[in-house]
Write a protein that binds this ligand. Structure first.
Ligand code: ATP
Ligand code: MG
Length: 434
């Protein structure tokens, strides 16, 4: 027989395996809880959008649009793109469904995003973001609320060593003036720029501030500072945000070189950076984008939001010692059964115990009593329920404690045989008392 060649996952696209999914679910649950508590509602948009949407919003000269998008023609010859981020889709959906006009919206989303980047630690081709977008507020109080939410999220997840960096890009005029000043300065030092930066000098000069090249970064030390270009109202806005953050006890650092990779930002931008995570250190990034809704054809609507990378967040949590898989406490009862009569009774007891709210693992398939007990132990269950041939005949079951869920309890771990009719009651009480 011909051995078929093995089909592998696409490079940069990962399976999330059972040992890791418990932590993923935990992170997702904490996010959903915190969003709900702050009054945010979830929006779910398609994974695929028309290519135009991203070209018109993110900006043709950005890394994402110029080289990272998964773009293809569908069978009708329409150009479609797998979403590389969530903001453009949210804005498109909001305009299309009338969510913005004369309204305020607090929205969040989550799901896979796609970018054709070079895969490395913390950088993949399919990755997951949780994101949030607010529409209808042009004041810094909403920005403080959003940063307070992120701080709350990290606190609940036990994420350590993150630093909040903030900056202001000002309005269109400030950015245009600053761009000219930056180009003038960098043009004098053209020799010290790498190829990428020289290209960006004409296409997207602000992005040079983001360069990961050490020589370029050194040069930027003496470059003009965007904060000195802000209008009075932008400067006041930025000041007020800082006051709110101080009130909230949220530490921050002003990083005047923080520009973010997308074209649509104005005024406040921010990143939460993890100190020990190298070049892929930004866990969460976002900012204000007051021009985007109008740019995509809607009524002008102020907007503020962020995207957070779950792979990076989870990797950092794991490196900081978060437990990957907590099997103990996951299963309450493991049912051991021997013989066909016992098997039939076991299935019914499993259903009844699950109906009562317990987590019940029932042995299926062949297996000696000894073998089944090994599995029961490995499952992390608190109790084993044993139906041997004798028990099956008597319609009874033996309850055998395997471990104490609460370490303080000293009750002896004794086995007892009970009627199958009493199983739900006895097991429920026992699990509470152990
Ligand atoms: P970077 O500078 O690291 O490329 P970015 O500015 O492109 O990040 P955003 O578009 O702002 O990132 O996305 C928000 C967050 O999503 C990032 O801070 C990061 O946590 C995560 N992220 C972005 N691209 C990837 C990727 N290819 N793989 C994994 N996570 C990613
Ligand atoms: Mg990027």
């Amino acid at each position: 027989m011909n051995k078929q060649s093995q089909i592998k996952a696409i490079r940069g696209m990962n399976d999330i395996l059972p040992l890791d999914s418990a932590l993923w679910q935990h992170v997702e649950t904490v996010c959903a809880d915190v969003f709900r508590q702050f009054g945010y509602q979830q929006i779910r948009t398609p994974l695929v959008e028309s290519t135009q949407l991203f070209a018109r919003s993110i900006g043709a000269e950005t890394d994402i649009v110029s080289k990272e998008m998964y773009t293809f023609e569908d069978r009708n010859g329409d150009s479609l793109t797998l979403r590389p981020e969530g903001t453009a889709s949210t804005v498109r959906a909001g305009i299309e469904n009338g969510l913005f006009y004369n309204q305020q919206q607090r929205l969040w989303y989550q799901g896979p995003m796609f970018r054709h980047e070079r895969p490395q630690k913390g950088r993949y081709r399919q990755f997951h973001q949780v994101g949030l977008e607010c529409y209808g507020w042009n004041t810094p109080d909403i920005e403080a609320e959003v940063l307070s939410l992120v701080a709350q999220l990290f606190d609940r997840l036990g994420l350590k060593d993150t630093e909040l960096q903030i900056n202001s890009l000002g309005d269109d005029t400030a950015r245009a003036n600053y761009r000219d000043a930056l180009v003038a300065y960098l043009s004098q030092h053209r020799d010290a720029l790498d190829e990428d930066s020289v290209r960006r000098l004409t296409t997207n000069p602000l992005r040079i501030l983001d360069s990961k090249n050490a020589e370029v970064q050194a040069l930027l030390g003496d470059a003009p500072n965007i904060l000195t270009f802000l209008s009075d109202s932008s400067a006041q806005h930025f000041e007020t945000l800082q006051t709110y953050l101080t009130d909230l006890g949220i530490a921050f650092r002003i990083n005047s070189r923080l520009v973010r990779g997308l074209d649509y930002y104005n005024d406040t931008v921010f990143e939460w950076v993890n100190k020990d995570f190298g070049a892929q250190s930004t866990v969460c990034g976002g900012g204000r984008y007051d021009g985007l809704v109008a740019q995509l054809g809607g009524q002008s609507t102020p907007a503020f939001g962020f995207g957070m990378g779950l792979e990076r967040l989870i990797q950092i949590l794991q490196e900081q010692g978060a437990e990957s898989a907590n099997q103990t406490g996951f299963t309450d009862v493991f049912i051991v059964s021997v013989g066909e009569a016992a098997r039939r009774q076991a299935l019914i007891l499993q259903r009844d115990l699950i109906q009562a709210g317990l987590a019940v693992n029932c042995h299926q398939g062949a297996g000696s009593m000894k073998n089944q007990f090994k599995r029961a132990d490995k499952s992390g269950a608190t109790l084993a329920l044993v139906i041997g041939e004798q028990e099956a005949q008597d319609v009874t079951a033996s309850v055998k404690p395997l471990r104490r869920p609460k370490s303080t309890s000293q009750a002896p771990l004794e086995q007892q045989t009970i009627a199958q009719n009493d199983v739900v009651n006895v097991v429920t009480n026992l699990l509470e008392s152990l």
